[in-house]
Design a protein around this ligand. Sequence first.
Ligand code: FAD
Length: 419
Amino acid sequence: MSMPTMPRRREILHASAAGLAVFVAGCASVPTGAKPRVVVVGGGWGGLGAVRGLLEGGHVAVTMVEPNEAFMSCPLSAHYIAGFQPASDFQRSYQKVDQLGVKRVRERVLEIDRVKAQVITATQRLSYDYLVLSPGVDYMEESIPGYAEARAQLPVGFRAFEQMAVRKQVDEFLVNGGNFVIGTPKPPYRCPPAPYERAFLIAEQMQQRGTKGKLILVDANPNPMPPPIAKPILNAMKQLYRDQIEYMPSVDIQSINMGTRKLATTAGEVPFTHANMILPMRAPDLIRQAGLGERWASVKLPSFQSRADERIFVIGDSQGSPLPKSGHVAFGSGQQVAEAIVARILGQSAPTTQEAAELPMGICWASVTHKEAININVRGSVLPGEAPKLRLTVDEQHNARSGAAAVSWGEGMWKAMLG
Ligand SMILES: Cc1cc2nc3c(=O)[nH]c(=O)nc-3n(C[C@H](O)[C@H](O)[C@H](O)COP(=O)(O)OP(=O)(O)OC[C@H]3O[C@@H](n4cnc5c(N)ncnc54)[C@H](O)[C@@H]3O)c2cc1C
């Protein structure tokens, strides 16, 4: 398999002219006069891809709405959670993006008024000509009875800055020992290999620190996800962590009792001292409230244009296409959408075509030790009116080369977003 190097813009984007043409054909025109206004909701992987692309050339007035004061990466953050690296390695400031000319609003969007073409925060109404939504995921807390009451003690940690609460659990476990349970839902959820990666790095620390106890992976799936990665993940589990990890496949968690510290599961009761419940996920409520979809936003491919509103684009994990929920895909879809919006504004729409369009590619990493990883590459294409075709390539075995490539990939992506 060819190894990914530092991502360059075209490589991240990986969208053909055909894709662009399919997109721009359906857009509403923008009023002349002042610069067209594009509002981007979310300053994570997708939102930053869009913002960076939209700022190029200075044709657009770009507003980014993001409640966090800084960025924190979920990719590679297992190295922080398991105690191998400090949190600061995965955090970046928005300062350089500010300097490029974005208007940054540090608030949460509460509502989208599609009739007036405005997004509403606690203090502002922001008008848009085009709206790009990349608000990430919400957790379906109601899917496990007892979870909502236990939220503070059982953080999921699959969103920026939530990792600190999981780290606290891990630190306690590594010192005191016990049963650390990681619950894994059925896809679609953000970064399917991430629960196994988290388990591996915690198990590596158990070995290094001589922690007494077990890490129990309660998996709703029959095998580690996504399916092409199952073999190298199971091999790593057997080869490296036989004494630390107990794997329970095809087991659903039915409820949580924090009083007795027991999970009710389809395989009986599982006692725990610490737990990291990775819940089923969906797009944030904003998407449903705006009538853009149910569990996920409904979009057309390759354009990521909402099926409900031609002026709205939903990218990243909130959109419901079969593309993997990956930061690389999110950033690439943001860049693609930005390029197409600018092309439209400049009146550069290409003729529509029946050619297959390449979709933004995905790169994921499953760290197996703090030095070794398994690499997964996803490439996709779509023919007009047909379901997208995805091709996955996966390392057969964890290796140090992918471990090092993951680190340079992360640095390259954070630079492309925030440098
Ligand atoms: C442990 C882990 C490991 C991962 N590893 C990889 C990997 O190796 N490779 C990879 O490509 N991907 C990986 N991912 C997946 C990657 O993190 C996500 O796919 C990516 O973050 C999705 O980008 P996004 O823009 O959709 O969401 P996010 O990056 O989560 O950004 C969403 C942003 O929207 C903001 N927001 C939410 N609601 C609102 C609102 N109402 N108003 C304003 N702002 C709002 C949030 O504050 C957030 O900053 C991993 C994820 C996890 C959890």
